[in-house]
Design a protein around this ligand. Structure first.
Ligand SMILES: Cc1cc2nc3c(=O)[nH]c(=O)nc-3n(C[C@H](O)[C@H](O)[C@H](O)COP(=O)(O)O)c2cc1C
Ligand SMILES: CCCCCCC(=O)C(=O)O
Length: 395
């Protein structure tokens, strides 16, 4: 980090410290928008807690002197199994916004997903890191021409896949945004859209969340499975569905010819009290039947979370807020630092589990604490400490 920025005196060593620094830097309305979940935020908390309920089981005396943590995602090399999730309106975090994220992603050899609701347009983000792999996240508008134009622009600008977000027919109720009367600051625009007068699209300030009103006026609530066929008819790009949390929906997605599934609860911003995604992952993987890759996001903050996700069947994870915190703290350099930090944490955790490569990760490396029976049980008048570890052939 350079000496001239806010990190000169305090070097965050994990994502939670990045968030604390970001909170100091950002206007309250912006920080609240980025960090909030829906309603009582039970799922927001559970997305993190669920990872803690999973424990890793390491093997030892395995030569890890030559670790290789790289992988391939939809045929594209990735330096480690992480993708940047789409997050809207990144120029509220830093004036270089999505371009800074794109450059940091390119530098670190990971795929970035650009939100439909970016504050830098599709083409300018592509120019910021021309040769880097990128996906485009799609929100489907009531006006299908607007949607089709977006998809064609992404295709023309070299984006490699469309991530269709399917968990947002209506916006979740984020109470801080209502209190703050959240709206996009007036010097910024929804850069991919123009209004009827050809001006860039703004968000009106209203009596409650400006975002909720904006979504209600523009987004198509009638979106359904049949629209996958429509989307496939207008693009040759592979289509992933983002926001699947059940085996049944994974099966339907596969039948509809998607190229991948992203297990996501939108960072707990939509349906509060829904399950943590890491608790849904194995079911979705079963529904995908090995026919398409499964990715997971929501609550990933540590390298160990990435190991657990892969052990439960994900091919890679996506990171949302972590990147925003890096961006807020130090622009491109901050995102670079966040990505390197997660990469280092992942490599360390993998090695300490006794794995040399991503392919060495196995299901039996993780156990749910609820499946452990460390408790004392009574037998023949004696108390015995019991553990189902004793039945574990590898221990
Ligand atoms: C501030 C913010 C904006 C988001 N914007 C979008 C978006 O435009 N499109 C989308 O599909 N998901 C969006 N998401 C959801 C993320 O893509 C991702 O699912 C979520 O952030 C993952 O959880 P995490 O933040 O705990 O890593 C957004 C999330 C946040 C926090
Ligand atoms: C159709 C919903 C648009 C929401 C835009 C940003 C977003 O996804 C968020 O979580 O906030």
């Amino acid at each position: 980090m350079s000496k001239n920025n806010s990190l000169a005196h305090f070097e965050p060593v994990n994502l939670y410290e990045f968030e604390a620094l970001a909170k100091l830097k950002l206007p309250k309305m912006v920080y609240d928008y980025y960090c909030s979940g829906a309603d009582d935020q039970y799922t927001l908390q559970d997305n993190i807690e669920a990872f803690k309920r999973l424990r890793l089981i390491p093997r030892v005396l395995i030569d890890i002197s030559a670790q290789d943590i790289s992988t391939t995602i939809l045929g594209v090399p990735s330096s480690f199994p992480l993708i940047i999730a789409p997050t809207a309106m990144q120029r509220m975090a830093h004036h270089e916004g999505e371009c800074a994220t794109a450059r940091a992603a390119a530098k670190n050899g990971v795929i970035m997903t650009l939100s439909s609701w970016s504050t830098t347009n599709i083409e300018d983000v592509a120019k910021a890191a021309p040769r880097a792999p990128r996906w485009f996240q799609l929100y489907v508008y009531k006006d299908r021409d607007v949607t089709a134009k977006l998809v064609r622009r992404a295709e023309k600008a070299g984006y490699l896949a469309i991530a269709l977000t399917v968990d947002t027919p209506r916006l979740g109720r984020r109470e801080a945004d209502i209190h703050n009367k959240f709206s996009l600051p007036s010097h910024l625009t929804m850069a991919n859209f123009t209004n009827d007068d050809g001006e860039k699209s703004h968000m009106e300030k209203g009596s409650g969340s400006g975002l909720a009103a904006y979504v209600a006026s523009l987004i198509d609530r009638s979106l359904s499975w049949k629209d996958i066929a429509w989307l496939k008819s207008i693009t040759r790009l592979p289509i992933l569905v983002k926001g699947i949390v059940t085996r049944a929906d994974a099966e339907i997605a596969v039948r509809n010819g998607v190229a991948g599934i992203i297990v996501s609860n939108h960072g707990a911003r939509q349906l509060d009290t829904s399950l943590a995604t890491i608790d849904c992952l194995e079911e979705v993987v079963a529904g995908a039947q090995g026919k398409v890759p499964v990715f997971v996001d929501s609550g990933i903050r540590r390298g160990t979370d990435i190991v657990k996700s892969l052990a439960l069947g994900a091919q890679a994870v996506q990171i949302g807020r972590g990147v925003l915190w890096g961006l807020a703290v130090g622009g491109e350099e901050g995102v670079d630092r966040v990505l390197k930090l997660l990469r280092d944490e992942f490599e360390l955790a993998l090695g300490l589990c006794g794995c040399r490569t991503v392919k060495d990760i196995r299901r039996d490396m993780v156990v749910r604490t609820s499946e452990l029976s460390f408790g004392l049980t009574q037998s023949n008048g004696h108390l015995h400490g019991m553990s189902n570890y004793s039945n574990h052939s590898r221990l």
